[in-house]
Design a protein around this ligand. Structure first.
Ligand SMILES: Cc1ncc(C[n+]2csc(CCOP(=O)(O)OP(=O)(O)O)c2C)c(N)n1
Length: 307
């Protein structure tokens, strides 16, 4: 089986010279097309197990990644494709990983949820990566690298005790840890109002961790806020949190969804591709979309041939 080329494809990630507005759109569209392709491959029976897509939450992944440097370490959860792709651009490695190939991100043994790569770790056990994120932040602090750990968690993960143990020690030891809580209002099939008492932001502030909360799917707003917050973590070397109220537009994993249809439909109006896409010149937007489709198409074809 020929090895795949894991060099990030410029059709997917854009070039450094590309105007920021266009690059942000391209990258969100890249994540969207990748996950749509993954869902198609599942329905064709070419992928095994399950997968959790971040369709609707792409602006979080892309806006945060804009402010990370190669020495920073990202920790993610079951819904990790977007975080991984935005940080690394490694679409070929991730698709190979999901098909169980030895040239995947971590040898084909991690699948969709359990990625282990330089600068990136994800785990399907909710909250499971929080202590590791703090541990790497401690290593960064001791080595004086100026780099940080970013931990993405969902609102449902705030029910895990290990989150609070981590926040406590991160605050006490002033660790360069940036926690991003993607609050999509649902934890699998349970709405937040049924499983969360009190405020979300207060849970971080109880440990003396400065926390911002934004209610948006606009990549420019996330990009701007993330820039300020990440700079503040680097400057002070101590933890901060960002709560982003967002929405997943598709099912929890491959097909399970018990949310009211009207609620889901209304949120498609705030699809991050739509919110940001209207800012682009129509012709240029079409060109970007077709380049990304070609990039994903050739990747899928290459893996189909190797299957
Ligand atoms: C410790 C643990 N308990 C339960 C689960 C099953 N589980 C997987 S995803 C999920 C919901 C997570 O909700 P949230 O953290 O809000 O993330 P979202 O799926 O909304 O992105 C649950 C309960 C798990 N993976 N790990």
């Amino acid at each position: 089986m020929p090895a795949i080329d894991r060099t990030p494809d410029l059709r997917l990630v854009g070039s450094p010279e590309e105007p920021r507005d266009e690059r942000l759109f391209r990258r969100m569209f890249f994540l969207r097309c990748f996950e749509e392709a993954v869902l198609d491959l599942f329905s064709e029976g070419l992928l095994n197990g399950t997968t959790h897509c971040c369709i609707g939450q792409e602006a979080d992944c892309v806006g945060i990644a804009e402010h990370l440097t190669p020495g920073d370490h990202v920790f993610s959860n079951h819904r990790c494709h977007g975080h991984y792709l935005a940080h690394t651009g490694d679409a070929a490695g991730l698709l190979a990983e999901m098909t169980g190939r030895s040239d995947g991100v971590c040898g084909g043994v991690g699948g969709s949820q359990h990625l282990c790569a330089p600068g990136f770790k994800s785990n399907g056990v909710l909250g499971g990566t929080m202590p590791a994120a703090a541990g790497i932040a401690l290593a960064q602090q001791l080595r004086g690298t100026g780099h940080l750990s970013v931990a993405f968690i969902g609102d449902g993960t705030l029910g895990e005790g290990v989150v609070y143990e981590t926040l406590n020690i991160a605050s006490l030891w002033r660790l360069p840890l940036f926690v991003v809580c993607e609050d999509n209002a649902w934890s699998q099939s349970t709405p937040k109002r049924l499983n969360m008492a009190g405020g979300l932001r207060e849970r971080f502030e109880a440990f003396g961790i400065p926390t911002r909360e934004i209610d948006t799917t606009d990549v420019l707003e996330i990009d701007h806020t993330a820039g300020e917050e990440i700079a503040a973590v680097r400057h002070a070397g101590s933890p901060r949190a960002l709560v982003i109220q967002t929405y997943r537009l598709c099912h929890h994993s491959k097909s399970d969804d018990n949310r009211p249809l009207a609620e889901v439909e209304s949120r498609w109006l705030l699809d991050p591709l739509r919110v940001h896409g209207v800012r682009l010149d129509g012709q240029r937007r079409g060109e970007i979309e077709s380049e990304v489709r070609q990039g994903i198409g050739s990747l899928v074809e290459c893996l189909r041939r190797a299957a």
